[in-house]
Design a protein around this ligand. Sequence first.
Ligand code: UD1
Ligand code: MG
Length: 445
Amino acid sequence: MVSLENAKAILLAAGKGVRMKSERAKVLQELLGRPLIYHVLRAVRTAGLKEITVVTGHQEEAVRAAVGEGVVFVRQAEQKGTGHAVQCCEPFLRGFGGDLLVMPGDAPLVMPATLASLVERRRVSGAACVVLTACLDDPRGYGRIVRDSSGGFERIVEQADASESEQRIQEANSSIYAFDASALWDALREIRPNPRSGEIYLTDVLAALKSRGQAILTQRSADACEIYGINTRRDLVAATNFLRWRLLELHLDNGVAVVDPSTTYIEDGVTIGPDTTVRPYTVIEHDVVIGRGCDVGPFAHLRPGTVLEDRAEVGNFVEVKKSRLGRSSKAKHLAYLGDASLGEGVNIGAGTITANYDGRSKHQTVIEDGVHVGSNTVLVAPVRVGKGATTGAGAVVLAGRDVAAGDTVAGVPARSLRMRQAADKAEEPPRKAAKVRRTRPRGNG
Ligand code: UD1
Ligand code: MG
C-alpha cells in the first residue's frame, strides 16, 4: 500500500438530515454507541489520512464537539448542496493539488482498506476521479451510475431526476470519491444548481470532468453494505444490524464464546478477552473492558466505563456502570453496581444496590478484596467496605459509615456486630441474677 500521508480528506457534515425527523443533526445520530461522524472519521484516519477538513453548518457547535480536535473545520452557513459544501473548502485547501478523498458524514460502514485502495487507485491511474459504487438490491434513494455504450462511466443521476429506465440501474453512488484536487476545483466552478432542487450537486462534477475529456473510474465494492448512506431511521436500523454482526464476528474470532449472537447487543469500543462467555440477552455498551475467562449474562447490562477483570462473573439482571470488578469477583443476580470499585474475590449477594446518586452528584463505593455482601444490601455512597468484611442480608450501610476490615455489619442502619457484641457483654447482668430469673420465670407465681 502506498503512503497516504500526503493525501487529504474532506468530510461533509453540514446537513440537517431532514429525513431522519429528529431534533439532532444527522451525523450525531448514534450507531452502536457512537455518533455517525465518529465512525466515518475513524475509517478515514485508519486508512492513513491525516489532514482532514470537516464541513459543518447545522448544529455546528455540537458537531464540532463530537468531531474533536485534529481537523480543520469549514463553515457552510447555508446548506446549498454537496457540491457547494466542497466549494466552501477551496479557500482552505487552496494550492493543494494532490489526492483528495471526499466523503459524506453519513456513510459509517465503509472500511479503511477500501478508502485507501480508492485513493491509491486514483494515484496510480492518474484519473481525475475514482468513485466507489456498489450494486444494491434496493438502490432507491441513491444516485445511480449511468454508463455509456462501451460500459464506461458517463454520469451520476439522482433518484429524483432519474428516468424510469435509469431508476432500474442497480449500481449506486456511494458519494465517496478520490479526486485529483486541482481537477476538482476547476470543474466545481462550472457546476450550475440542479434545476429541480436549486442545490449544487457534487455528483455533477464527475460529468463535467468527463466532458473535459478527463478519466473517471469506478470501483465497485464487493460488500454492498460498505456504501450504506444513513438518511432515515430505517437506514440507521439496517446499519446497526450490519455493524453489530461485524463486531460480533470479531469477538468470536478473538475467542469469545458468544452463545447466541442474535440476542446479544454489543456496541462499538468493547474489548473482551478469550474464553469469556457472553450469554443470551446481554447488552454491553461502548467503552467496556472484559478480561479472560469471565462469565456475563444471561440478561446482563454492562454500561460505559465498566471493567471486569479476569474470571469475574456478572449474571442475570445485573446492571454495572462505571465500575470495576476485580479478579474472580461475582455479582450473579439482581444487582446495581454504579461508580463502584470491587477488589478480588468479592461476592455480591442478590438484590445488592450501590446507591451512588444523592439527587445532586454521584459518589463512589469501594469494596475491598474478599468482601461478602449479603442479599439485599444497600451501600449508600460514598462508603468503603474493608477487606474480608461481611454485610448481613438487608443491611443498609449509610454514607460515610465505612465498614472496618473483617467486621460484620447488619441491620438498618447497619451496625457492627463486633461492636454490638462487645457492648452487650459490657451490659450483661451478673450471672447469679440471671440464675434467679431463670428459676422464677414470669407468670409462675
Ligand atoms: C448523496 C449523493 C447520492 C449518493 C448518496 C450516497 C449528491 C447530490 N447525492 O445523496 O448520489 O447516492 O449521497 O449516500 O451528492 N451535506 C452538506 N452540505 C449540504 C448538503 C449535504 O454538508 O449542503 C452533507 C450531509 O451532512 C451528508 C452528506 O453531505 O453528510 C450527504 O448529504 P445527503 O443529503 O445525505 O445526500 P444523499 O441524498 O444521501
Ligand atoms: Mg445521505
